[in-house]
Design a protein around this ligand. Structure first.
Ligand code: AHG
Ligand code: MN
Ligand code: MN
Length: 365
């Protein structure tokens, strides 16, 4: 398509806003600031090792520290977090922020006005992939501040962020891959924008994304299989059994270890992603975080006709209990996610249900 026919992200947002004549423009300004943060992070990621010896913006002391998740922060985790804050704190659109990399909510500094939105983000998802030059991304979610918070302009607290995913105003991610993309929902479908490196603009390249309801591709970290709960084991076993199994079709498997990249693949061509709750570490009910991983990706999935779930119930209905809460996450093609939910709802199947162990089986004593 010739350059002149594509919308920029700015044009797209302004045209969307026309549907809400009373809108102040704060929301659009916020999304554009987030987009600028993502462009800056894309540049830093693209420099790779070249940025390492003297990355002026990074705080050298902080890199290598352990974050609230108990995970080691890479210099790019720290830099990306700072970029998100600096690009969005000044404009008067935010009441506060929360990030994977900060234990406590971030207060908008006193010299800036405070606004009506809350920004929650994973500044760099998949950061274990940075060293190996595999795609990483940033994930964000926008919530409304309560009227009381907005009116008082007080400091934010954890409680302000504990809203179910269904209350998100917008969600999206940037993917730093061979191209940089921004994928966004404002509650009216999902649209994908590709960064035009010549113009420095996100251009609408993937309007109205729709996830196929059926798929033959699944993604799960199989090294955890001995810790999976029975419904997950059953689902994966049936996929692996392929054409001759109960699903009567062969499946393909993928695992990038950047959830944001898996979400993008699924938005492009369908598939199912699972990082279920398991018995590996009972203190961690899942690997991924509810507020800045599961909810924004869940909102995108639902808006693209897919589904997101804990395995047991819709992700967007979950009432968060804490800022950094972890949760089992299943998302992607609708029929597969529904099947996995069905398996969780059905009574547990054991080996004894296998025909080899039933009435007339060889193994019956
Ligand atoms: P983050 O880099 O923000 O901590 O998140 C990494 C997450 C997610 O992107 C990915 O799906 C998962 O960790 C990978 O986990 P495994 O190392 O268990 O495969
Ligand atoms: Mn992450
Ligand atoms: Mn991260």
């Amino acid at each position: 398509m010739p350059l002149t026919h594509r919308s920029t992200l700015t044009q797209f947002l302004i045209e969307e806003r026309r549907r809400f004549p009373g809108a102040s423009g704060d929301f659009n300004a916020l999304i554009l600031d987030v987009a600028l943060a993502c462009k800056a992070i894309a540049r830093a990621v693209a420099l790779g090792e070249l940025a390492s010896p003297a990355c002026p913006q990074a705080d050298p002391g902080a890199a290598g520290a352990i974050n609230i998740q108990g995970e080691t922060q890479t210099p790019l985790d720290v830099l990306s977090n700072k970029v998100f804050i600096r690009r969005t704190e000044w404009a008067g659109n935010l009441a506060g922020m929360a990030s994977e990399e900060m234990e406590l909510p971030y207060q908008i500094p006193g010299q800036y006005p405070r606004g009506k939105y809350l920004l929650v983000f994973d500044p760099l998802d998949g950061s274990s992939n940075i060293d190996v030059n595999v795609s990483v991304g940033s994930i964000f979610s926008v919530l409304r501040a309560s009227p009381e918070l907005e009116a008082s302009g007080r400091d934010v607290c954890e409680q302000d962020f504990l809203q179910p995913g269904s209350r998100q105003v917008a969600a999206g991610y940037a993917l730093y891959g061979p191209t940089t993309m921004l994928v966004l929902t404002v509650g009216d479908g999902v649209n994908g924008f590709t960064l035009d490196p010549n113009l420095g603009e996100f251009m609408l390249t993937h309007p109205k994304l729709q996830i196929p309801a059926d798929t033959h591709e699944f993604a799960i970290n199989a090294s955890n299989s001995r810790f999976w709960e029975a419904p997950v084991k059953r689902y994966v076993d049936e996929c692996l059994a392929g054409k001759t199994g109960p699903r009567a079709k062969d499946f393909n498997m993928r695992w990038i270890a950047s959830m944001v990249a898996e979400a993008h693949r699924i938005l492009m061509r369908g598939g199912v992603f699972m990082y279920p709750r398991d018995t590996k570490d009972m203190s961690k009910p899942g690997r991924l975080r509810l507020l800045y991983e599961a909810n924004p990706i869940g909102f995108l999935m639902e808006q693209a006709g897919g589904r997101a779930s804990t395995g047991e119930r819709p992700m967007l209905g979950v009432q968060p209990q804490s800022l950094h809460q972890r949760i089992g996450l299943v998302f992607g093609s609708r029929h597969e996610v529904e099947r996995i939910e069905r398996y969780h709802a059905e009574p547990v199947h054991t080996e004894m249900d296998n025909p080899l162990f039933t009435e007339r089986s060889l193994f019956r004593v």
